[in-house]
Ligand binder design. Structure first.
Ligand code: G3H
Length: 334
């Protein structure tokens, strides 16, 4: 089987800001979805070896952490979100590191900013307002986030509204029932319709892996989402009982590797939910580098969805610069 020869596949040129052509999707291919098996103990062994085997030290660590900041989708997805909160978050997105730390790292001419700001659809407009001119895209969750249990026409309309309001990226949720019922063509059709509704906005497919029961389902859902045209696959909404884990992430990045090998398309990966420490960020960066290579350390192919990771990264960078940790009351709460 070679999906690269699929007659329905259309090859596009790279978009501005991206080094690779956008995934156009391919026709549903059952063999590629159902074929591979996943060996749980091999997955667990591989992921257990990742954090222990590599330790990135000192100036390299600071460089990796700056890179992690550039890949954060700085997120607020709470019932009490307000435009004022979103404006504050956007200010942090534009200047995620304190000016003295930026200066000390020698980055004043090219200060880091985050990968995107991720919000609910009604918060897209305030986010777009606050980020105008910054080059930081607004990502909107949509399609009845987090459960996705709304009629499809309303979910598609929600995407179109968020894009019309200025969202450059749409984080969709899938219908978990399609996965649990092994209805892969229904899942493919749903995501393909969502991709069409996104138009130029990039689609990130949240698989909600904590709901999918098995790693085999995670692989199958990943492959189906990519075939349907997802630009990114993302682990979790942050609202499941279990969110991003390294084993689930390994299965998803192996699916990305398989899809690349068969089609030539590079798909991004976004772990999200429960990532709070600099060490978490680096564990996922090591996973990306070892499994997919350096290109997957850049924000066009890697994002970390997090509402409260930045504080610890800033703290570790401050430790690198000053040799000590600041008191917790000196740190921002986001
Ligand atoms: O997509 C991002 C997640 O909702 C963030 O989850 P978190 O609040 O656990 O960091």
């Amino acid at each position: 089987m070679n999906l690269a020869t699929d007659p329905k596949r259309k090859v596009a040129a790279a978009e501005p800001g991206h080094n690779h052509p956008r995934n156009s999707g391919i026709a549903f291919n059952e063999e590629a979805v159902l074929g591979p098996t996943v060996n749980l103990s091999a997955v667990e062994r591989r992921t257990a070896s990742l954090p222990a085997r590599r330790s990135v030290k000192k100036e390299y660590q600071a460089a990796w952490l700056v890179k992690a900041i550039q890949c954060i989708d700085l997120t607020t997805l709470a019932g009490d979100d307000t435009p004022a909160r979103v404006h504050r978050l956007c200010a942090k997105a534009k200047s995620p590191l304190r000016a003295d730390l930026v200066e000390a790292l020698g980055l004043a001419d090219d200060a880091p900013k985050v990968g995107a700001v991720c919000v609910y659809p009604t918060m897209v407009k305030p986010a777009v307002e606050a980020l105008t001119g910054s080059g930081i895209p607004v990502a909107s969750v949509a399609t009845g986030f987090p459960a996705g249990l709304m009629p499809l026409d309303l979910r598609l309309e929600e995407i179109r509204r968020a894009v019309a309001d200025g969202a450059g990226e749409i984080d969709i949720v899938i219908t978990r029932a399609h996965v649990l019922g092994q209805d892969w063509t229904a899942l493919y059709d749903e995501i393909a319709a969502m991709r069409a509704a996104c138009g130029p906005a990039h689609l990130k497919a949240i698989l909600a892996t904590g709901d999918l029961k098995t790693l085999r389902n995670v692989y199958r859902a990943s492959m189906t989402a990519m075939m349907a045209g997802a630009d990114f696959i993302k682990t979790s909404t942050g609202k499941e009982d279990v969110n991003a884990t390294l084993p689930v992430s390994l299965v998803m990045v192996r699916a990305i590797r398989d899809y690349l090998q068969e089609t030539g398309f590079k798909i991004g990966f976004k772990p999200a939910g429960g990532l709070r420490t600099a060490k978490d960020a680096m564990n996922w960066q090591i996973l990306m580098k070892e499994e997919l290579g350096r290109e997957w350390l850049e924000p066009d192919l890697f994002r970390i969805g997090a509402s409260s990771l930045l504080g610890d990264i800033e703290r570790q960078i401050e430790h690198f610069v000053t040799g000590r940790y600041a008191a917790l009351n000196r740190h921002a709460m986001a």
